[in-house]
Design a binder for this molecule. Structure first.
Ligand SMILES: *Cc1c(COP(=O)(O)O)cnc(C)c1O
Length: 704
């Protein structure tokens, strides 16, 4: 099955292929499909051309090839091994495109997966955090599973912000404009002209063009308002992910939901189901219903028919993630929507109210999405329970749970991937969801597991030294503080990671809740070192202050060498951190962490978890495979934070540090390795995207 835009992608790839020596043409075609990112050796293939330029180009292969020095390309074309690898990479993409669809699905009736963000690769910066990375992981897994799927999102011209900290630790934000001509994306055309659709907003039509990026066999369609005929405000709709202006943001959600439905119709794509991944796309349901009404149906039957085609995943109980808009904002933004649906404005608002008829309530995207869908699920068992309570009375069928999982080929780093491949043979990743497969860890010796762990950590320490050195120089830190990071992070020391969006409920601050006790953990003879990273939402002042509070400690003894804040957390840094850290810490205030996924990535790399009992860890933790901070029943937040911080320090002091440093004659920490083994065996098969997608396929996408 060829999705619309295939010719455009071919033309762009051929054009690039025409600029490089004949032997490298396959490489140019590989560059236009993100499949290389999860092929073993894929990133290395491009990096080997010129490692320095590869980083300068932000690991974007299209830009790298476009800007490459002809002499360098000529030399690469002589490299038989490199050419053979490029040919194999291209052959793989072709072979996968020709597979029959997964059983139970038809090639021309895809699942349309709507999301406001997609985290596919660092060179396509259309994500803010876990939601987007999960969406990217599911597209990759759908490609692996030959599930017919198309992604639908927005092409934010400035992506998400970049972060710099100043000397006081205060976050500053800046945005960089993306250059689509140097990215592996193409504008979808028909008869030589860009396909354009129109979606109403603020009483006027907004024009949208459509980009396509290929994620293996899955096309990702991205709507873009940077089009002649749109005024500057309309164009701003697809400027920044999660724009701070609420009028713009509602407009963005209208473009995603309503524009997305229109775009698929215009492209001739007929989805078997629309999957709304989080409430941002909720207006898709009303757009579908409005189209039925335009065809002569009354609203009730139109909405009932629509509901059969939509499924919804809610991703967070946090209020900021469950936005609602006032009657006035809705009337201003979508003035003609009630008429298109054949209902009055209050009836429209009622569709998005937890309590229909309560005129103080606005249009909530989550209730709207729940009512528009045949089925809703949360993203862990615990979150399913929380969502059932939260939306009692709104959901017409019980809210279910499908626990998130991460795309193994994307997130398992080379040290553990190669170790598993030695035992299981090439291609083992395809069976990642089979628990029997993971029994192999019982055959892998302690020494081998420990060697893989040491290898992974050493690589991270190299990266962290280099990055923290430049971070500190750029901030203008005193030179001795700059040098401290470069020389003192130690490749054999217990390395702890904390990296994620810095939302307040994730409680980074618990780590320094009791500064003297925290500082003692950095002390000889068995010190730990802490790497932390994350962006605060630009308007979240409280979250920004937590990072500043941690910066205040930097003059304390050992902090300069053993605590490093790595700026500008993104997919690239995430790969390094989850692969290298020995212990991954997550301290959300229950029950606000719906799932959490970075810990799953760490577990695939032999990292151990120390986490609050919330989200995925409630079902992952079994006493032997990591540690849990169990807060019990503490009502108020202040008391709970104090209790959880004390418990965190106790676990670190009494269990984590001793077990890591207690070595036998061979230098192996036996108890630690036993936990690593338990962690890999119990968590590997359950928290991978292969298991998650299989559940979506069998429980959600296939109508009963
Ligand atoms: C996995 C990931 C996240 C999600 O982290 P949580 O610990 O689940 O909050 C956020 N950002 C990036 C870049 C990620 O890769």
């Amino acid at each position: 099955m060829e999705w619309p835009g295939a010719d455009d992608l071919r033309a762009a790839a051929d054009e690039l292929a025409g600029r490089v020596p004949a032997a490298l043409r396959p490489l140019a075609r590989v560059a236009y499909n993100y499949r290389w990112t999860w092929q073993p050796g894929g990133p290395e293939l491009f990096a080997s051309l010129d490692p320095h330029r590869w980083e300068m180009c932000g690991q974007n292969p299209v830009r790298q090839l476009r800007e490459a020095d002809p002499e360098l390309l000529a030399r690469a074309a002589e490299d038989g091994a490199l050419v053979a690898r490029a040919e194999a990479a291209e052959a793989l993409v072709r072979a996968e495109a020709d597979r029959p669809p997964a059983s139970g699905f038809t090639a021309d009736r895809p699942i349309a997966f709507f999301c406001s963000e997609f985290g596919v690769h660092v060179s396509l910066p259309l994500y803010a955090g876990g939601l987007g990375v999960l969406a990217g992981d599911l597209l990759k897994q759908a490609s692996d599973a030959a599930l017919p799927m198309v992604g639908v999102g927005l092409f934010y011209r400035y992506g998400y912000f970049h972060q710099r900290a100043d000397l006081s630790g205060l976050q500053h934000e800046f945005w960089v404009e993306l250059d689509s001509r140097r990215m592996p994306v193409v504008r979808v055309t028909r008869d030589g002209r860009p396909v354009e659709i129109r979606t109403g907003l603020w009483g006027q039509p907004v024009r949208l063009q459509i980009w396509r990026a290929d994620i293996g066999a899955v096309p990702l369609y991205l709507l873009d308002a940077e089009v002649a005929g749109n005024d500057p405000v309309q164009r701003w709709l697809t400027a920044r992910l999660y724009d701070g202006n609420r009028t713009i943001r509602l407009g963005q959600y209208a473009m995603l939901g309503m524009g997305g439905v229109r775009a698929l119709a215009e492209l001739g794509i007929q989805p078997a189901a629309y999957h709304l991944n989080e409430g941002h796309a909720a207006l898709a349901g009303l757009e579908l219903a409005a189209r039925e009404v335009a065809g002569g149906a009354d609203f009730a039957s139109a909405f009932a028919a629509t509901r059969k085609r939509i499924v919804f995943t809610t991703h967070t109980p946090v209020p900021a993630g469950n936005e609602s808009y006032t009657a006035e904002q809705v009337a201003t933004g979508l003035p003609d929507l009630p008429a298109r649906l054949g209902i009055e404005a209050p009836a429209l608002l009622d569709l998005g109210r937890a309590h229909p008829g309560d005129s103080r309530e606005g249009l909530g995207l989550t209730p709207l999405a729940i009512r528009s869908s045949r089925r809703t699920n949360g993203v862990s068992m615990r979150h399913g329970e929380v969502a059932r309570q939260m939306w009692e009375g709104v959901a017409h069928t019980p809210i279910g749970a499908i626990t998130n999982g991460v795309h193994l080929p994307t997130w398992m780093g080379p040290a553990f991937r190669e170790l598993f491949e030695r035992y299981l043979g090439a291609g083992w990743e395809a069976r990642a969801a089979d628990p029997a497969l993971w029994e192999v860890v019982d055959r892998i010796s302690d020494a081998e597991l420990w060697t893989a762990r040491n290898r992974a950590r050493a690589r991270l320490i190299g990266v962290a030294r280099a990055r923290s050195l430049t971070d500190r120089l750029r901030r203008g830190e005193p030179i001795e503080y700059v040098r401290a990071a470069a020389s003192a992070l130690h490749p054999a020391r217990l390395t702890i990671g904390f990296a994620r969006r810095l939302a307040s409920y994730k409680r980074l601050g618990l780590l320094v809740h009791d500064p003297p006790r925290a500082l003692k953990l950095l002390d000889e003879p068995n010190p730990l070192q802490l790497l932390f990273a994350g962006k605060a939402h630009p308007s979240d002042e409280a979250a920004k202050r937590i990072v500043q509070a941690m910066f205040m400690l930097k003059r304390a003894e050992h902090v300069a060498e053993r605590v490093v804040f790595l700026e500008d957390y993104d997919l690239e840094l995430a790969h390094e951190l989850v692969a290298g850290c020995d212990l991954w810490v997550n301290l959300p205030r229950p029950p606000l962490e719906a799932s959490g996924t970075s810990g799953m990535k760490s577990a695939l790399n032999g990292g151990l978890q120390l986490s609050s009992l919330d989200g995925w860890w409630v079902e992952g933790y079994d006493r032997d495979n990591g540690w849990a901070v169990d807060g019990g029943e503490v009502a108020d937040d202040v008391a709970r934070d104090a209790h959880d911080a004390a418990e965190l320090y106790r676990i670190l002091e009494e269990e984590v540090v001793p077990q890591f440093y207690d070595r036998d004659a061979d230098g192996i920490p036996r108890a630690w390795v036993a936990r690593m083994r338990a962690s890999l065996r119990t968590l590997g098969p359950r928290f991978c995207a292969a298991r998650t997608l299989r559940e979506y396929m069998t429980q959600v996408y296939r109508p009963a």
